[in-house]
Design a protein around this ligand. Structure first.
Ligand SMILES: Nc1ncnc2c1ncn2[C@@H]1O[C@H](COP(=O)(O)OP(=O)(O)OP(=O)(O)O)[C@@H](O)[C@H]1O
Length: 212
C-alpha cells in the first residue's frame, strides 16, 4: 500500500510547516527528499513515524508496528554487543520463530560486512561500522516502511559510497518503502527512485523526478 498524505496541516507556535499538503509515497520505492534547512523534512518523517501528530489532515497506509529507522547517529545500545543489538529487534516485536533468528542475524551480518565483529561492543567499532549495524537492524526488523534521516552524512565519501551500494543490495533483497531525507544531493541521486524537492515552509513539492 502506498502512503497517502491528505490535507496535512502542522504548525509549531506561529510557524506553519505544512498547510493543505498532499503527497503520495509509492510502495516499495525509495523516495529521496531534498530541501532547504528547516523546511520540515524531519517533521514529515516524524509525522509518518507517529512521533508527531498532525494538526489537520491524514496520513494513510502506515502500520505503526512496521516502521524502522536509520538516523544520522546509529543509536545502538552501548552495553550490548552487535549481535545482541540485532537480537533486540526480534524481542522488540515479540516475533516467535524459534531458532531462526541467529541464522538471519548471521546472514545480515555477512551482507553488511560485519561477520567478524558480532561480539564487539559499539564503542569498539568505527563510525561506518556502527552505521552498518544500524542498517542491519533496520532491515532485520520486519518493517514495511524505512525512515532515514541523513544516515550517511557523517561518513567520508568513499566509505559512504560503499555503504550506499551495500544498502541498495540489501534493499533489493528486502524491499520496503523508504523515505530518505538528506542535504546531500549526491546521496539522494545514488539511492532514490523518486526525488522530491521541497520548498521552504510552508512546504510545497517544487519538483518530482523519477529516476527508475
Ligand atoms: N518540536 C518542535 N518544536 C518547535 N519547532 C519545531 C519542532 N520541530 C521542528 N521545529 C521547527 O520546524 C521547522 C522544520 O524543522 P525540521 O527539522 O522538520 O526541518 P528540516 O527540513 O528537517 O531541517 P534540516 O534540513 O535542517 O534538518 C524548523 O523551523 C524547526 O525549528
Amino acid at each position: 500500500m502506498s502512503i497517502i498524505i491528505k490535507d496535512l496541516g502542522k504548525k509549531y507556535g506561529q510557524e506553519t510547516i505544512f498547510k493543505d499538503f498532499n503527497l503520495v509515497f509509492e510502495k516499495n520505492k525509495i523516495t529521496g527528499i531534498l530541501g532547504p534547512s528547516g523546511a520540515g523534512k524531519t517533521t514529515l518523517l516524524n509525522l509518518c513515524g507517529g512521533l508527531e501528530q498532525p494538526d489537520r489532515g491524514t496520513i494513510e497506509g502506515i502500520n505503526p508496528q512496521a516502521i524502522s529507522y536509520i538516523f544520522q547517529e546509529p543509536r545502538l545500545l552501548p552495553w550490548r554487543t552487535v549481535r545482541e543489538n540485532l537480537r533486540f529487534v526480534f524481542k522488540a516485536r515479540a516475533i516467535k520463530k524459534p531458532g531462526s533468528h541467529e541464522r538471519e542475524i548471521d546472514a545480515m551480518l555477512e551482507r553488511v560486512g560485519l561477520t567478524t565483529v558480532g561480539d564487539y561492543y559499539p564503542h569498539e567499532l568505527s563510525g561506518g561500522m556502527r552505521q552498518r549495524v544500524s542498517i542491519a537492524r533496520a532491515f532485520l526488523y520486519p518493517s514495511e516502511l524505512l525512515l532515514m534521516d541523513e544516515p550517511f552524512s557523517s561518513l567520508d565519501s568513499s566509505l559512504k559510497n560503499r555503504l550506499m551500494d551495500d544498502f541498495l543490495k540489501i534493499w533489493e533483497q528486502n524491499k520496503r518503502t523508504v523515505i530518505f531525507v538528506s542535504h546531500q544531493e549526491d546521496e539522494i541521486r545514488h539511492l532514490a527512485d523518486i526525488i522530491l524537492t521541497f520548498s521552504d515552509k510552508p512546504v510545497q513539492v517544487l519538483k518530482k523526478e523519477r529516476l527508475t
